[in-house]
Design a protein around this ligand. Structure first.
Ligand code: GDP
Ligand code: MG
Length: 685
């Protein structure tokens, strides 16, 4: 029944171990087939073994030795694997190639080589050599399995093969890696069927001497000529009793040996960190395939280069995955930003996407070649940053817009009432606006980037200033208008009063009233303008405007008083007072003996004197002229454009004066005729 079981087992194993159990941890994989092809199943298999996330926490052991020296048996007993074992009774032909199992209860990938039977050797030395080289180059521990009686026998112990393998291994992989350390490998000699008459120490000495002899005879690359065996290999030894003759002792010996594979605290623990190839578990398949390719083609590439190639390949893959996750997260925020929205907490989102992507990358990629890992990390960061920097810039723009809008609104709201401090409103609104922008901009800024919001802030500040300036200008204009209206009201009465009474100092009085009213208006402006924080230039402009408008207001008031009709009425009244009333204000009753002609002439002449008096604004006191606005060239005011001050002093032109004189004369003549008639009437009585 043992035989039946063995057959069943063998059959089962030939279908990749799955027929007899659903436990993936005991699955086998043939990593190199009899066509010397590397399998594409190793990565999925490592995953099924549950080792893909082991990182560096796994080990690789391989075995070397002649055919049918109990290698597979040893591995199976030692590691709980299920490699094919030669069935003596049936001479069962095992499947050629390199096989791998996961050690039971241990994070160990175990490799077994199945060659052809020794008798058919010759045609397949190529595979034998390559598989041995591959085992040596890819494992941390290489078990060199041999019978006790083979010790010291060069041919029998496969030492020729070992020599070749050492030689090629040195040529292919012997150079130091970039970080200066060479790959170290433990050669664990397991002496089988140890009878015990020759102590292990003696066998050990013989084997060590043999190894050094082989090493000495290698043809090494010139630059590695002085390298010692110990530069690359540590030697370790174990002996096992005869499996068939003393099965219990054999089993005990195996269990003892197993401890050296599992107990890290032991001094003779085989998987010392220095033997580790520093390839993360999820990269093992790629790494091994590369070694196999090199072995196959004997390309003179060294392992560090391979590690870098592998790292490049894997880090790129890992970065791509991290980046696509990142893009998925970033994508939904693109629309709102583009549509002008300020996305609340965008900075935190971006920070967390970035941190997530980097954490993901670090988790999987940090185990690879450090230089490559770091370089690719920097690449990843720059891709991430450039992906989200449009979000940052968009956010700034939207923030800028939003802040400006609320600034304007705050200005408008603040100036709604009647009494407000304009400067205070601007200050508060600007502070709030800038604070809001800076807070938002800082939130959206990512650490370790060259992103800056200074430029946008400067733009915003300028626009805020422009808006405030515009508001102030509008406000100033409004204020000047109000003051102008008041001025008009205040100047009206004095002008009426003084111009109605033609006196020589009439203009002095008018101008004095003008000056006083204007002074009041100016001081009223200056009081209010203080809170506007107007510039001196703005004040000068406003005052100049105010003065001009005041002058024009005065002028139009004068025009009112000196319109043809009004002025002729004034002349008439004046004439009448002189001609029809005596010096006591008593109406005259003309008698024939009265000098009507003389009185008429006198009244007419004195009345005509008023025409030059009214025709030009000309005070007796010259200093009064200085109150008049003189900065007629001021171009800052729109009203200044065609304002020619001297011409505004003239009320009547020469022609106009002649015309008025003529018209008045007619009126006066009428009075004369009337006076004459009245004497005739008196005489007739
Ligand atoms: P391998 O394929 O060359 O590694 O050898 P196998 O493990 O297939 O074993 C070949 C034969 O040797 C089988 O019949 C085993 O039963 C037998 N065998 C295994 N271990 C020992 C041992 O320690 N001593 C002896 N004498 N025979 C063994
Ligand atoms: Mg075998």
């Amino acid at each position: 029944s043992t035989a039946t079981k063995a057959v069943a087992a063998v059959n089962g194993y030939h279908t990749n171990g799955n027929a007899t159990s659903n436990d993936p941890s005991i699955e086998r994989v043939q990593i190199i087939d009899d066509e010397k092809r590397f399998t594409s199943d190793l990565t999925p298999q490592i995953e099924r073994w549950g080792l893909q996330n082991a990182g560096f926490d796994y080990d690789i052991v391989a075995v070397f030795g002649s055919q049918s020296t109990g290698k597979s048996t040893l591995l199976n007993r030692l590691c709980g694997t299920n490699f094919d074992v030669m069935d003596e009774t049936r001479r069962q032909q095992t499947t050629k190639g390199i096989w791998m199992c996961r050690g039971k209860g241990m994070n160990v990938m175990v490799m077994d080589v199945e060659g052809t039977d020794g008798r058919e050797r010759g045609e397949d030395q190529d595979f034998e050599r390559k598989s041995a080289l591959f085992s040596l180059a890819s494992s941390e521990v290489l078990i060199v399995n041999l019978w006790e009686h083979q010790v010291g026998l060069y041919q029998g112990a496969n030492m020729g093969l070992l020599k070749t393998v050492f030689e090629v291994n040195l040529g292919l992989f012997g150079k130091k890696s970039a970080d200066g350390r060479s790959q170290r490998t433990l050669l664990l000699f397991v002496i089988r069927d140890h009878i015990g008459t020759t102590p292990l120490a003696n066998l050990q000495a013989t084997l060590t001497a043999d190894m050094n002899k082989i090493w000495g005879s290698l043809s090494k690359p010139p630059e590695l000529n002085d390298r010692q065996l110990s530069d690359y290999f540590d030697l370790s030894f174990a002996a096992l009793p005869h499996k068939i003759l003393v099965p219990d002792k054999f089993e005990a010996g195996v269990q003892d040996l197993r401890k050296r594979f599992t107990d890290k605290s032991r001094e003779d623990y085989v998987f010392k960190p220095m033997y580790h190839k520093r390839i993360p578990a999820d990269g093992v398949a790629f790494y091994m395939e590369n070694i196999w390719e090199q072995v196959q083609s004997n390309k003179d590439l060294d392992l560090p280069t391979q590690q870098e190639l592998l790292a490049q390949f894997r880090c790129d893959e890992i970065a791509t995955v991290a980046l696509s996750e990142f893009n998925e997260q970033a994508k939904p925020q693109r629309k709102p930003i583009e549509s002008g929205k300020v996305v609340e907490g965008l900075g935190n989102m971006m920070r967390s996407w970035k941190a997530g992507a980097l954490a993901r990358y670090d988790r999987d990629a940090s185990r690879y070649h450090q230089g490559v890992y770091k370089r690719k990390r920097a690449d990843l960061i720059s891709v991430i940053d450039s992906t989200i920097s449009p979000l940052f810039l968009g956010q700034l723009k939207n923030l800028h817009k939003a802040c400006l809008v609320s600034f304007k609104k705050e200005m408008v709201d603040g100036m709604r009432g009647d009494s407000y401090d304009f400067a205070e409103i601007v200050k508060t609104a600007r502070t709030r606006c800038e604070k809001r922008f800076l807070e938002g901009a800082k939130e959206a800024s990512l650490e370790d980037t060259d992103w800056s919001y200074e430029e946008e802030f400067t733009l915003l500040s300028e626009e805020v200033k422009n808006v405030a300036d515009q508001c102030r200008k509008d406000e100033t204009k409004k204020m000047v208008n109000v003051i102008e209206r008041n001025f008009k009201r205040n100047i009206s009465e004095p002008v009426d009063l003084y111009l109605n009474k033609a006196t020589p100092d009439m203009w002095d009085k008018v101008l004095k009233a003008f000056r006083e009213t204007l002074e009041k208006a100016e001081s009223s402006y200056l009081t209010k303008a203080k809170s506007f924080s107007c510039t001196d230039e703005e004040n000068a402009t406003a005052l100049s405007t105010l003065r001009k408008r005041a002058w024009l207001a005065l002028r139009s008031k004068i025009d009112e008083q000196t319109s043809d009709a009004a002025f002729l009425a004034k002349l008439r009244t004046h004439f009448e007072e002189l001609f029809r009333y005596d010096e006591h204000g008593v109406p005259r009753v003309w008698k024939p003996e009265d000098d009507i002609d003389g009185a008429f002439k006198k009244a007419k002449d004195r009345t005509l004197e008023l025409i030059p008096l009214y025709s030009k604004i000309s005070p007796i006191e010259p200093s009064l002229a200085y109150t008049l606005p003189s900065e007629t060239s001021d171009s800052l005011s729109a009203e200044a454009d065609d304002f020619d001050f001297p011409s505004t002093l003239l009320i009547f032109s020469e022609t106009k004066a002649v015309d008025l004189t003529n018209r008045f004369r007619k009126d006066a003549d009428a009075y004369y005729v009337e006076a004459k008639r009245s004497t005739v009437a008196t005489m007739a009585q």
